[in-house]
Design a protein around this ligand. Sequence first.
Ligand code: HXC
Length: 523
Amino acid sequence: MNTENYEGMTAGKIREFEKRKEALMLMGGDEMIRKQHELGKLTARERLDLLFDNGSFQEVQLFTKHRSTLFGLDKKEIPADGVITGFGEVNGRVVFAAAQDFTCSGGSLGEMQAKKIWKVMDMAIAAGKPFVSLNDSGGARIQEGVPALEGYGGIFYRNTLASGYIPQITATMGPTAGGAVYSPALTDWIFMVKKSSYMCITGPDVIKAVIGEEVTTEALGGAVVHSTKSGVCHFATNDDQDCINKIRTLLSYLPDSCHSPLPLLPTSDTPDRECLELDEIIPDKPSKGYDMKKVILEIADNAEMMEPHAGWARNIIVAFIRIMGRPVGVIANNPSFGAGVLDVNASDKAARFIRFCDAFNIPLLTLADVPGYLPGTRQEWAGIITHGAKMLHAYSEATVPKLTVVIRKDYGGAYIGMCSKQLGADYVMAWPSAEIAVMGADGACNIVYRKEIQTAPDPAAKRKELASAYETQFNNPYFAAGLGIVDEIILPRETRKRVAFLLETFKEKKETRVTKKHNNIPL
Ligand code: HXC
């Protein structure tokens, strides 16, 4: 239709609207988009196209403009103020999102960009739907000054209000420096893209000036570092596409909010499938490791799991699986790394995961094979007492269904820490290979029978004899089962079947606690 003759009338107004919209769709323009692509990065719009189901994204506040006049900003247009915000469907379910666009003034966050982000966060909270933030920004818009900092403050505040109410996911897909790192840190899950993203409180230049240390951005705060050394990043991904695919997968395990039902994924994997391989997975030699991930995959529907923190604190595994199509959070010691010992990082990793699952009504399955807490000055000085307590606190406060399977070793304080009956496990099972004791036989005999061993004609033979008696007493599940501390001894192959039936049984579990403002978890 020729609208030229209708300027000023409705058709002309529609044309003007379309023109204005079209211009904003280009964001920073072709040259900036080319630069972004050259860095191996996608634009905000391309990322949102990948995140949302085809054509479902609805943009919010496209026409927002900054109103700063300082340091040349009065002459600078920043399309959409450098961020695309809106909502749409991911796997057929509504999700809200904000995606910063580096092609527009480096995605820098000023007053109006922040207000756009606040708006979709407020909408996500009001609607009770997940919020995803795709970050790619030079940080606070320097020219704007304190309103930019206020902008971050409002985001942190909303991240905190939303915490435990709706799932919050951040993908760092470019730079994130200074205080800007704290919005990701306040959300539930952080994804990073290898090589193209970094997160740090202060960059290499400041570090060199203040403490004389030389480091590259990648070595300081790249995806690999944060997913292996610091634990800041839960998922290190290969590129933008991989990152967004993984966000979609994670969302498929999560409910919309703490008041929503868990998502169900129909499966043809039967709940009573026997896991024959598990009967042979435990090595005869007690000090030998095995692959705990195989145990988890055998139990899970279709051998599928999604593992956060796969490269950090590897002595413990946390993972989402499904059983009978319903999400389950698994916490399992990993005997292949440090014998599955509990240390500062493992405790933090597990405690945070347990609290996330509990907040969103995802039942917990604990698989225990733990020799104890890691001894030594490094751990004591790093605060293993406080960090270990987080796990005890997290398990004890969790009111979701809690099932525990003792696979092999379950010693000392770590036995309690791996969701023992007294931390509120609804049902504790043990494989015949389970060993539940205060400590290993040698250590126990050295303390309890020190004099007898020292004064024996052959101390080594005496220690062996006493250790063997100790092992006969405790290195099995029967003593604990005899006291009702283990509810059932099961064959390894029956694990999926038993877990599936118990999850179905406890599906409607409701537990009421004493009324208070909130717990005070040891931080
Ligand atoms: C305003 C910014 C900006 C910022 C980038 N730009 N960061 N504008 N405020 N913070 C603009 C640039 O001026 C440029 O604009 C465009 O974005 C692209 O930036 P380049 O520097 O050309 O890109 P590149 O070479 O890829 O370098 C990216 C960068 C660098 C490493 C992120 O831009 C940079 O160091 N930016 C500043 C980072 C920083 O110190 N931010 C403040 C952190 S403190 P034109 O117009 O030329 O396209 C902070 C506090 C938050 O964020 C506190 C919360 C509590």
